[in-house]
Design a protein around this ligand. Structure first.
Ligand code: AR6
Length: 282
């Protein structure tokens, strides 16, 4: 496991705009799919410094984050599998499997919470994303959005003020990153601006593969546009952010280069840990 990162080590969107790692949407930015528009009647919502300070973005291994909760991309058995689920179960240890077994599974589009055990995070929220169905995009989106919303509700219910999300469904479950990112960002924005939004201090988006890095770089400015003051930063802030980013990128690239190309079947179908799950069923 690499270096542990706390909420304050993770660059906020405000800082990433200052560092020019994110840029304002261009005037002719391609419109979002209608179902993922962030606000009624407007493609891009008004900029908010408070929101941009409370959303973080980092590329790396989610198991190294020392936050109140991390969100796992699980399957309905909750008994482990490949991808980020496998990494989380390995890092947390066998007690996690025992607690998950007692939960009796979880429906697609929802989530359940456990302790973090051997992980630096205090809690793990196990979200069950949909297997992407290209013939029913709306249903896939509803289920994916449900994962983000329910995970944030659970975080609040358990007093978790800092929460990191993996890119649910974009691996084995085949959800295109270009569609998953706006769905995730819309749900996160809606929650943070809703009645319980002030009960969360930081939502961290964790990317791992380049396709998700690219999707979030494209869509974040359309959901969390920059505020005008995000033009200057101190040397210290810049140095720290650059250092953190360089370390994580090197680590993620090393791991990602070992990854096989995206499988087409769910490892839980054959693995010893998961019970059989039918593809496309929720
Ligand atoms: N840290 C952060 N993100 C990661 C990590 C990591 N250590 N490892 C992978 N990712 P996936 P799914 C990214 O396949 O599509 C499992 O078998 C990865 O690059 O883990 O929801 C479960 O048991 C991708 O962007 O989850 C289910 O059966 C994202 O995590 C099934 O896979 C999600 O990819 C769930 O499929």
């Amino acid at each position: 496991m690499g270096q542990l990162l706390t909420a304050s080590d993770i660059p906020s969107l405000s800082l990433l705009y200052k560092l020019r790692k994110l840029s304002a949407p261009s005037p002719g930015a391609s419109p979002l799919p209608t179902t993922t528009r962030p606000g009624p009647g407007a493609d891009v919502p008004p900029p908010s410094k408070s929101l941009n300070d409370r959303v973080g973005l980092i590329r790396g291994d989610i198991t190294t984050l020392k936050l109140d909760a991390i969100v796992n991309a699980a399957n309905r058995s909750l008994l482990g599998g490949g991808g980020v689920d496998g990494a989380i179960h390995r890092a947390a240890g066998p007690e996690l499997y025992d607690e998950c077994r007692a939960l009796g599974g979880c429906p697609t589009g929802s989530a359940k919470i456990t302790n973090g055990y051997g992980l630096p995070a205090r809690k793990i929220i196990h979200a069950v994303g949909p297997v992407y169905d290209p013939l029913d995009h709306d249903k896939s989106e509803r289920l994916l959005t449900g994962c983000y919303t329910r995970s944030l509700e659970l975080a609040v219910e358990h007093g978790c003020r800092t929460v990191a999300f993996s890119a649910i469904s974009t691996g084995v479950y085949g959800y295109p990153s270009q569609d998953a990112a706006p769905a995730a960002l819309g749900a996160i924005r809606k929650f943070l601006t809703g009645p319980d939004g002030d009960k969360i201090d930081k939502v961290v988006i964790v990317t791992f593969e380049m396709k998700d890095v690219e999707a979030y770089n494209e869509f974040i400015p359309l959901f969390f546009p920059p505020v005008a003051e995000d033009e200057t930063t101190t040397d210290n802030e810049e140095d720290e952010a650059r250092e953190t980013e360089a370390k994580l990128t090197a680590e993620a690239e090393a791991v990602a280069s070992e990854l096989p190309s995206a499988p087409t079947s769910d490892p839980s179908d054959t693995g010893p840990a998961g019970k059989k799950q039918r593809q496309g069923e929720d």
